[in-house]
Design a binder for this molecule. Structure first.
Ligand SMILES: [Zn+2]
Length: 73
């Protein structure tokens, strides 16, 4: 009984804690132009969808950051 309450408190506390992996950084990855080595984080990209490379104008390629692949296996 006491144990269950403790587990529930721990779970509630972990759910309530701020986002893991750095406060304020919700970037899931970045857009790249490999030709120009231009990089724009998804959170910095203007508008929705894939931005164009500011240097050459080609569509950029989205690359997930290694820290956010979300695989827990
Ligand atoms: Zn480019």
């Amino acid at each position: 009984m006491g144990f269950i309450d403790t587990v529930r408190d721990v779970l509630a506390a972990s759910n309530a804690s701020p986002a893991r992996g750095g406060a304020g950084d919700e970037s899931a990855g970045a857009y790249w132009c490999h030709d120009c080595d231009e990089r724009i984080r998804d959170v910095d990209a203007p508008g929705d969808g894939t931005p164009d490379c500011p240097a050459c104008g080609d569509a950029m390629e989205f690359e997930r950051s290694a820290a956010s692949t979300g695989c827990a296996c």
